[in-house]
Every structure is written in structure tokens, then in C-alpha cells.
Design a protein around this ligand. Structure first.
Ligand code: TRP
Ligand code: ZN
Length: 900
């Protein structure tokens, strides 16, 4: 389908649409072998300036069989239009309309085959139900249309289907009519959505679904019906999503003043879904993995994900739907802002510091890697081949960081004024990131000129910070230099506006009062301030500094940058203990470990060279001691601090990643910490063991997290007792968090494997849970992520297992994705077998589901990081893929850019 002629779309070429569609009436007749779609469009000439040629009409459409086409109720003949694979063109529209510019109607009958739609874009079948996914450009697989977000239309949708197979028929808005067909077997329902929307927010669902219902009374006392639709067997897994939804609705009223606007809000869970969920107006469609939750089947992390994604999609009702994007280059307008909103919501629902740590860990490993790789792009990209490839960590997570920085630069009151102005000004419009920034400036009076570089420049800025203490005059001078590495197509970068939050700690462990005279240093409290760094090099002088301080820099990760400062291990240990900023205490623990690990990696030849650094042991001992003495501490935070930096992070910060050394050093340290502090881990495990009834309250989650951290260390002892401990927890667990944590220990334990304990546990687990697809996903990914040798062979076997299905994205992610991102030592096995395996799978998947295929490519795109033998092998696989004749646009773009 694709080759080097795949066109690139540029932001600079944006033109407003020549036509607008005021009304869209759709009628779907659903059958087992096809769906017949009739679209009646009311079209208007767009009267704004700079519109392109209005004498012809070009509609988007793909994989459609056109059956009839009418303009103003006059049937067109084949001579009146041109069809190619992507468009329907009516070259002489002007002639057909008698050169009048009045509104006109266009009726289009198409035939599509949802049952054969494996790409999961447009209308498709997931198990026994019909559903849609239209963002970004899926609607064009349903009917010919102006498939672009700046064309907003009022939709009325009728669905006709077999009553027994599809008793539930849903679309956006409110149900306005329904009835039975005369044959007595088919029925129909009509929905009307009064809010004009782009077609990417259209949704349809038909199936035999059960539903959980609740109500929400809005701030203005409007009654809203809430319904979550699932398969009957999943009715016991909806409570958490419903609770999260109501909390999100209340939170958006309280924090942003945003009220829900329809009388009904629906969520539907589907098994086959490319992403997490989709914010279709009034009818959100969710991957089952992001909505279903029950303690017996769902781990704590997944409960949190459900809460976050439910909120995210709900928040889109304002940040995305009421105010939408003008074009897809503006994607971060809705996604960055909405991720920021859901992240703050989760912080308010649980532990703020833990949420920050989790977000930053993701950003620093995966997003920084993206920013340093061949697909690097600004949060507002200026070109793409396939927009689906730009639903990235950069657009989402870095986009959220950019909004977070604005909120900090403006302060909470001005930020709220800014969002109020933005929503008021642009309600019902399709706008740009620039409109967002302008609203923020207008509401606050703050100048964000230099700040705008965050929207247009790719790459992660680097801050090099030096500190100089002058005892004679009692000043402390911070010199800050910023630069940003070259990224594809962007050689020279302008400086960024970087808010740098900091404090200074005295050697007594107390925060110092800050006296800084620089104009762009704002002091929030006496001991904590934000430097507005805007120049390539800047100096800040702190006065009245009684002794040489240890600076606590970039508190709360106040900007998405890499910060270099020459700390000694002792400084970091000191910050770990004394910093008042919880995020920076965690960060110090990670940087301490990173520094020591880098040293060990350089020295590493074989295991016998390695030695546990005393300071790391002391640090862990100190944390364990305090955890045991003061059980009131946040256990979730403690387990973050007690976790060594991830291999993926160590790879990301390396210039050339020595995977074997990284893996060996990390494993060695974890085992050494387990052995040298065995008694304390045991005490911790005992002190956090189950007490009474299961609960999903934050404290209970934190306790389980700490307990399972202890279990994972103890499991590394590889003794009879340690295997027994994991096995015991596995067999006795009354919840999936404990059960799967124990299973993970057994899967990664050589001793457990050799004793046959692992195989028995895996078998028991599968037998017990084979009818729960999401639990089977845990079973698959646990094995695919194994760090032990032989994992690739195991993965290949899993792909033959009846539980595996290459057409289901969750299964693909749980096996292929889990292996390539979670079993790094095996994926990067020296012969290149992991790379070959991944490339083979991508080529198979590309024929079925190009979006998923392109996403799986990410690990191979980083080939430059892995030195000569590995990098060359990875590159070889990319070249092999490029030589394939019919790559999808999705995979082609990523392969091509990776090899450029
Ligand atoms: N807008 C969705 C979200 O962030 C993202 C999404 C869901 C998506 N499904 C998709 C994007 C399919 C591209 C393709 O909540
Ligand atoms: Zn989103």
C-alpha cells in the first residue's frame, strides 16, 4: 500500500475548510457480513478568508464501497465524481449546483465490512459487539466526509440491528426515538447530540450488554444518568470506575468550575481496542483494561490506572470536546492539558508525591528517550506522515509538563482565571495551542513569549548548574547554563523559559532562609523559590549564607529537563535524609544509586569484580530502619525509595548502553541488598503482612506495595525459604496484587524454576483465571517479562497458546510488548534473536493492525544507543522491514525516520 511516496503533511500548509457540514444524519444497518451506512449531510460554503477552491468538493474516505451518491437529492452518475483510495472528488460541484452558493445536501450510501476490520479504526467488531474508534482519522472508514476536527456538525444517528444479538444500540447524545422493524427481528434506536462536534468524536455501539447505573447531581442541580456498559460477566467489576467517574465530575466542578452538559454519560468497555480509552461525546469507549476492576482480578496499579483514565476521558468533555483542536498538529492542546488535569486529580485522590514520582519516572525514561531518538518532535509537531504515530509520550506527558509549568509560572489563581477565559472564549470552537497560551497571558498579564519555545522545539533541555560558596562574604553563587541537543530537522535551538524551583540546605540539615536579589527569582516562602531561567547562561547570588549549602534543585521536577550538578554520594545521601521536598528526597535516592551503578558498570568485567558500595547499604539500612520504627510513613513512597533505578532509565541516561553490564550490576546490587539486610526485609515483610479485610484505601495499597517490595528482595536470596515465602503468598493471597506479585517472584527465581514451583504456580494460575482475559494478560506478561534466560523461547511458545490472539491488542502488548520493553536483557541478547523476533511480529501485525505494529517498533528505533554489534543488528532489522513492499504508512514513517 505504501512506499517512499507517502506524503508528509505540514502545519504551514493549513487552510480552513472550503465547506462546513452543519448537520450530519447517519443511518446504520448492521448485519453479520456488512454494514450499510447512509449519511445525509447539510453542507454550507465556508465564508471565511483564505479558503481553497470552492468549485469542487473533496471528501475523505477509505475502505468504502460507494453504492449511491446524491447532491440535492439528485443521483450522481459515475461521471460526476472521481474515487481514489483516499478521496471522493466531485470536480464540478459548481456546475451541479447551478453556480449557486446556497447550502446543499449530500447523501451518500456506503457499504463497509466491520467483521473484517482488524485495524480497529472506524466501525469494527470486538467479540460479539459492534463499536467505533474514529480518532484521529477513522471516521473516513465509515462514510465519505470532511474528516478534520475543524469541521463541527450536529449528529443524529439511527442504528438498526437484530434485536436478539444487539439489544443495546448506543450513540452520542440523548436517545430520542426507537422502534421495531416490521419483520419483528430487527429494531432501531435514534440518538441526537445537540453539541456540534468533529467527526472524530462520533461513536456507535451495538451489542448484548449489561449495565450499571448511577446518578450525579451537578453543581447547578442538574440530574445526570451515568451508565457503564459491560458484558454480563463483568458487572462485578464496575464499582471502581463508577466511583472514579463521580469523583472526577465533582473535582472538575470544584477545581475548574466545569459542569457536565448532557443528561446522560455512558462508558462502554470493549476487549479489542488500540489505546486506553476514547472520549467520544457522551459515549466514552474504553479498553476493558482501563475500566474493569475488582480486587480478586485486578492489581492495585490497575485500579489507579482505571481511576486516572476514567477521569482523563471525562475531563476531555471540556478540554477536547467543548473546545477542540483546529487540526491534528494541535493534539497536545487537548491531550497535554487533559493529562495535566487527570494527573492533578489523581494527586488529590491519593498521594501527591507518589503520583509525581510515577509521572516523572515515566517521563524521564520513556519520554526523554523519545526526545533523544529519531522520532523526536515538539509537543506541537510541524509535520507528520501518519498522525496516529503522534499520540506520543511527548504530546501527552511532556505536553502535560508544559501546562504544569504554565500553572506554576502563573500561580493557582491566575491559572484558574486563564482556564476560565480559555473555556469561555473558545467554547464550541476548534482552536490552537497558541489560543491556549494567549488566554493564559491575557488572564494573568504574564509574558509567555520565550515560554512558547516549549511548543515548537523538540529535545530535552539540559541544565548545567554550578555552585560557588564564598565564605568571606557569605554568598552562594549559582551559575546555570542551558542548552538543548540537536533533534531531527532542528539544529539550532533558542533558549527555553525554565522555572527552576529550589532550596538550600545547611549542613545542620535545616533549610536556609533565601535572600536572592535577582529580578527573576521569586520567593514563595523564605526557604523555597523559583528561578525563572530564560537565558543561555545566568547567575544567581544568594546572600547571608552562613555556611556552604547543599542545594536542592528542581524541586517537584519543576521543569522537564536533565539537570547536572556535581553532587558527591554523601551530598545525595544527605538530601535523601534532610530535604523537605518529598520528590527530591526520592530523586536523591535514585541519583545516589545511579552514580554508584555507573561506576560499577564501568568497572564491570564479571560478577566477582562487583562490591556493594557501603553508602548504598547504609542508605537502605536507614530507610528500612525508619520504615520499621515509624509505620505511619507513606509506604508507597518508601517502596519507591527502596527501588533501584530501572534498567530502562539506566539505558536512557547512558551514551552507549551496555545492556549486559547494566543488567548484571542492577541484579548484583538488588541481591546484595537483599542478603546484607535480610533480617530487616523479613521484619518489613512481617510488619506489612495482611491485616484483616482487603481494602483499596490508599494506606492499604501502600502497605501492599511495601510488602511486595520486601518480598521481591527476599526472593532474590534464592533459598529454599525464599521460594517457600513466595509460594505461600501465591497460594494464600486473597487479592490479585499479592497473587501476581508472588507469581512474578516465582517466575524470576532460578531456585523456584528448578524446583518446579514456578511451573506449578503458572499452571494453577492459568486454570483458575483462564476465563478472565485481563488476568490472563497478567499471566502472559509476567512470563514475557522474565529476566531469566530462555524467555524468548517461552514467548514464542506463549504465542502458540490458545490464550494468545494476535488480533487483540491487549494480548499483543502482554506478550510481544512486555518482552521487548520488559525483558531488556533477553530482548537485547547478543545474537540479535530478540530483534529478529520483534521485526517478524511487526511485519505480521502490519497487515492486521498498523497502529499497533508501529507502536511496537519503538525499541528498535533506539538502535544508535546500543553500540556497534547490537546497534548494527537492530538497524539491520529496520532495513529488512523497509525492504518490504507494502508497509503501512504507520510503520513506514517510523522505519524511514529511524534509518534517516
Ligand atoms: N483521545 C484518546 C485519549 O487520549 C486517544 C485515543 C484513543 C486514540 N484511541 C485512539 C488515538 C486511537 C489514536 C487512535 O484519551
Ligand atoms: Zn486524551
Amino acid at each position: 500500500m505504501r512506499n517512499a511516496r507517502t506524503p508528509t503533511v505540514y502545519l504551514k500548509d493549513y487552510q480552513p475548510p472550503a465547506f462546513l457540514i452543519d448537520k450530519t444524519d447517519l443511518r446504520f444497518e448492521l448485519f453479520e457480513d456488512c454494514a450499510l451506512v447512509r449519511a445525509d449531510l447539510l453542507i454550507r460554503f465556508n465564508d471565511t478568508e483564505n479558503v481553497p477552491d470552492q468549485s469542487c468538493l473533496v471528501l475523505n474516505g477509505q475502505y468504502l464501497q460507494l453504492e449511491r451518491l446524491l447532491v440535492n437529492e439528485q443521483e450522481l452518475s459515475a461521471a460526476d465524481y472521481i474515487l481514489d483510495g483516499d478521496c471522493l472528488t466531485i470536480p464540478d460541484l459548481a456546475g451541479l449546483l447551478g453556480n449557486r452558493r446556497d447550502d446543499f445536501s449530500l447523501t451518500c450510501h456506503t457499504r463497509i465490512e466491520p467483521q473484517n476490520n482488524t485495524a480497529l479504526e472506524g466501525l469494527y467488531k470486538s467479540r460479539k459487539m459492534f463499536c467505533t474508534q474514529c480518532e484521529a482519522e477513522g471516521f473516513r472508514r465509515i462514510t465519505y466526509y470532511l474528516d478534520r476536527p475543524d469541521v463541527m456538525s450536529v449528529f443524529t444517528t439511527t442504528i438498526v440491528a437484530d434485536f436478539n444479538k444487539y439489544p443495546v444500540l448506543l450513540s452520542n447524545g440523548n436517545q430520542i426515538d426507537s422502534g421495531a422493524e416490521s419483520d419483528g427481528r430487527r429494531h432501531w434506536v435514534t440518538w441526537h447530540d445537540p453539541f456540534p462536534k468533529p467527526c472524530y468524536l462520533f461513536a456507535l455501539v451495538a451489542g448484548d450488554l449489561a449495565c450499571v447505573e448511577d446518578r450525579f447531581v451537578t453543581m447547578n442541580a442538574r440530574d445526570v444518568v451515568l451508565r457503564i456498559f459491560v458484558e454480563e460477566k463483568d458487572l462485578d467489576k464496575c464499582d471502581h470506575a463508577m466511583r472514579s467517574l463521580k469523583q472526577a465530575m465533582r473535582w472538575d466542578e470544584e477545581v475548574y468550575g466545569r459542569e457536565y452538559d448532557l443528561d446522560i454519560f455512558m462508558i462502554v468497555a470493549v476487549d479489542d481496542f488500540n489505546m486506553g480509552a476514547m472520549e467520544n461525546k457522551g459515549l466514552n469507549i474504553f479498553n476493558t483494561s482501563c475500566v474493569l476492576a475488582n480486587p480478586k482480578t485486578t492489581v492495585d496499579a490497575a485500579f489507579q490506572r482505571v481511576e486516572g483514565v476514567v477521569a482523563h476521558e471525562y475531563f476531555h468533555n471540556w478540554s477536547g470536546n467543548r473546545v477542540t483542536c483546529r487540526d491534528w498538529f494541535q493534539l497536545s492542546l487537548k491531550e497535554g492539558f487533559t493529562v495535566f488535569r487527570d494527573s492533578e486529580f489523581s494527586a488529590d485522590m491519593g498521594s501527591r508525591t507518589v503520583k509525581r514520582v510515577e509521572d516523572v519516572a515515566l517521563l524521564r525514561t520513556a519520554q526523554f528517550a523519545e526526545d533523544a531518538g529519531p522520532m523526536a518532535h515538539p509537543i506541537r509537531p510541524d509535520s507528520y506522515m501518519e498522525i496516529s504515530n503522534f499520540y506520543t509520550l511527548t504530546v501527552y506527558e511532556k505536553g502535560a509538563e508544559v501546562v504544569r509549568m504554565i500553572s506554576h509560572i502563573l500561580g493557582p489563581d491566575n491559572f484558574r482565571k486563564g482556564t476560565d477565559l480559555y473555556f469561555a472564549h473558545h467554547d464550541g470552537q476548534a482552536v490552537t495551542t497558541e489560543d491556549f497560551v494567549v488566554a493564559m497571558e491575557e488572564a494573568s498579564g504574564v509574558d509567555l513569549t520565550r515560554f512558547r519555545n516549549w511548543y515548537t522545539q523538540a529535545g530535552t533541555p539540559v541544565l548545567d548548574v554550578r555552585g560557588n560558596y564564598d565564605a568571606a562574604v557569605q554568598t552562594y553563587r549559582l551559575t546555570i547554563r542551558q542548552h538543548c541537543p540537536v533533534t531531527p530537522g532542528q539544529k539550532h535551538k533558542l533558549p527555553f523559559h525554565i522555572p527552576l524551583r529550589l532550596g538550600l540546605l545547611g549542613r545542620d540539615g535545616n533549610e536556609m532562609a533565601l535572600h536572592c536579589n535577582s529580578a527573576n527569582a521569586k520567593s514563595d516562602t523564605v526557604t523555597d523559590m523559583v528561578l525563572q531561567v530564560t537565558e543561555p547562561e545566568q547567575e544567581y547570588v544568594f546572600e547571608d549564607v552562613k555556611g556552604e549549602p547543599i542545594p536542592s534543585l528542581l524541586r517537584g521536577f519543576s521543569a522537564p529537563v536533565r539537570l547536572n550538578f556535581d553532587y558527591t554520594p554523601e551530598d545525595l545521601y544527605f538530601l535523601m535524609v534532610h530535604d523537605t521536598d518529598g520528590f527530591n528526597r526520592w530523586n536523591a535516592s535514585q541519583q545516589l544509586a545511579v552514580g554508584l551503578m555507573l561506576e560499577l558498570q564501568t568497572a564491570y568485567q564479571n560478577e566477582s569484580d562487583l562490591k556493594l558500595p557501603e553508602i548504598l547499604k547504609q542508605a537502605y539500612e536507614g530507610i528500612l530502619q525508619s520504615a520499621l520504627e515509624d509505620p505511619g510513613q507513606d509506604g508507597a513512597m518508601l517502596s519507591q525509595v527502596l527501588t533501584l533505578p530501572a534498567e530502562s532509565y539506566l539505558i536512557e541516561i547512558a551514551d552507549v548502553a551496555e545492556v549486559e553490564a547494566i543488567h548484571a550490576v542492577r541484579e548484583f546490587l538488588a541481591r546484595s541488598l537483599a542478603m546484607s539486610l535480610e533480617g530487616m526485609w523479613q521484619d518489613l515483610y512481617r510488619s506489612t503482612a495482611n491485616s484483616g479485610e482487603f481494602s483499596v484505601a490508599a494506606e492499604a495499597v501502600a502497605r501492599r506495595s511495601l510488602k511486595n517490595t520486601a518480598l521481591a528482595y527476599l526472593s532474590r536470596l534464592e533459598t529454599e525459604q525464599s521460594v517457600e515465602l513466595s509460594a505461600q503468598q501465591f497460594h494464600q493471597a486473597d487479592n490479585m496484587t499479592d497473587e501476581s506479585a508472588a507469581l512474578n517472584c516465582l517466575v524470576n527465581s532460578v531456585a523456584a524454576v528448578e524446583k518446579g514451583v514456578t511451573a506449578a504456580a503458572l499452571e494453577k494460575f492459568y486454570k483458575k483465571w483462564q476465563h478472565e482475559p485481563l488476568v490472563v494478560d497478567l499471566w502472559l506478561s509476567s512470563q514475557a517479562r522474565s529476566q531469566l534466560p530462555g524467555t524468548l523461547e517461552q514467548v514464542k511458545k506463549l504465542m502458540q497458546h490458545p490464550a494468545f490472539n494476535i488480533r487483540n491488542p491487549n494480548k499483543v502488548r502482554s506478550v510481544i510488548g512486555a518482552f521487548s520493553a520488559g525483558s531488556l536483557v533477553n530482548f537485547h541478547e547478543a545474537s540479535g534473536s530478540g530483534y529478529r523476533f520483534l521485526a517478524d511480529q511487526i511485519l505480521v501485525l502490519d497487515k492486521l493492525n498498523p497502529q499497533i505494529a508501529a507502536r511496537l517498533l519503538a525499541p528498535l528505533t533506539r538502535w544508535k544507543k546500543f553500540g556497534i554489534p547490537r546497534g548494527a543488528l537492530m538497524r539491520g532489522e529496520l532495513e529488512r522491514m523497509r525492504a518490504e513492499p507494502a508497509l503501512s504508512k504507520d510503520v513506514f514513517e517510523v522505519v524511514e525516520k529511524s534509518l534517516a
